[in-house]
Design a binder for this molecule. Structure first.
Ligand SMILES: [Cu+2]
Length: 226
């Protein structure tokens, strides 16, 4: 059974597990409460000659149905902390760095280029496409030029808001080559739905080849983003 697209990052399996646990918990709660709701509506339906009876409720039951979900919520929060820390709490050391600048309605993807420095004339800049090597951590420095966008790669289970004025570091280690979708997950204007890109996970060899081809084709006048 595949409810979700195939996960192709080192942490996608743990995100999916959390997703399924939460789905199971909320799914059971949904079925139970809807069953009770429909049963009561049927059981206490209008009947000739039976007077309605007013009730103020039941404090004991109300306390129980407040405490039980609260405990479950705290449990889910604690259980997911480790995964959250791993994904959002730190970035593993890597020399593979990419700057992603979101704007209406475009993903600008910037590589250091031959000099190993960002914001220089030989930066490799592509739009709405991103290439990364497989089986190595990649650090993405996420920025926005105008409004809040959200960098979302469903196959990686990676989603992070891009906020104007902030540079937010995120990371991923892809586990499978292929082409995957980049989508904007924050309603950012009329063209929001068109704000998509293709992410290509490549064998390291092919990736290096692609990058050096890009470096060779760089127009030196390419201005770095402000
Ligand atoms: Cu957007």
């Amino acid at each position: 059974m595949h409810l979700l697209p195939e996960g192709v990052s080192t942490y996608s399996g743990r995100i999916d597990l959390m997703f399924y646990v939460i789905l199971a918990v909320t799914g059971v709660a949904f079925v139970v409460t809807e069953t009770v709701l429909f049963y009561f509506a049927w059981r206490y339906r209008h009947r000739e000659g039976v007077r309605a009876h007013y009730t103020h409720g039941n404090s004991r039951i109300e306390v129980i149905w407040t405490i039980v979900p609260a405990v479950m919520l705290v449990f889910l929060g604690l259980a997911s902390r480790k995964v959250w820390d791993e994904i959002k709490g730190h970035v593993p050391p890597t020399d593979q760095e990419i700057v992603v600048l979101a704007s209406q309605f475009d993903w600008e993807v910037r590589y250091k280029g031959a000099d190993g420095q960002f914001e220089t004339a030989d930066d490799v800049v592509v739009h709405n496409e991103m290439h990364v090597p497989v089986n190595a951590p990649v650090k993405i420095r996420l920025r926005s030029k105008d409004v809040i966008h959200s960098f979302f790669v469903p196959a990686f289970r990676l989603k992070q808001d891009a906020v104007p004025g902030l540079t937010i570091d995120i990371w991923v280690q892809p586990t499978k080559t292929g082409e995957y979708e980049i989508a904007c997950a924050e309603l950012c204007g009329f063209g929001h739905g068109t704000m998509r890109g293709v992410l290509t996970v490549m064998e390291p060899e092919a990736y290096r080849k692609w990058l050096s081809e890009q470096e060779a084709g760089v127009v030196p006048a390419e201005a770095p983003a402000a």
